[in-house]
Design a protein around this ligand. Sequence first.
Ligand code: FES
Length: 155
Amino acid sequence: MYSEKVMDHFMNPRNVGEIPDASGVGTVGNAKCGDIMKVYLQIEDGIIKDAKFKTFGCGAAVATSSMATELVIGKTIKEALLITNKSVMEALDGLPPVKVHCSLLAEESLQAALWDYAKKNNIVIEGLQEPKEDIDDDHHHNLNDDEDESELLNA
Ligand code: FES
């Protein structure tokens, strides 16, 4: 059911952890399954020098966040915007259809971290949309960061 690459990134996820004083942090949840992803980016001179993630979620969510962080390290902000759930899935040799929504968490949290970076630095990143805090549109949480997480965990 899962490709070897998905299994590998699930069993040995890359870039797990957090970056203290990260340039941007993005947290996105899916209220339907209760899974949460948090992405940390270290950005210097417009280049993503480091990326780390923490996922409270299913195996596909772990594998897609692992791959998304691998893909984004070394990229410019513009290039990072081109990383979509589709490109992450392609890099993993696909996901079963019922798991496609899990890959959206990776894309959205990456963009949320870029949004946070732009906000902190008072810049506009062309083509970047305000991120959703919850990829399940029926439930919208208007909380920030840590509160957001505990609220989602209790959801
Ligand atoms: Fe929720 Fe995979 S089941 S992210």
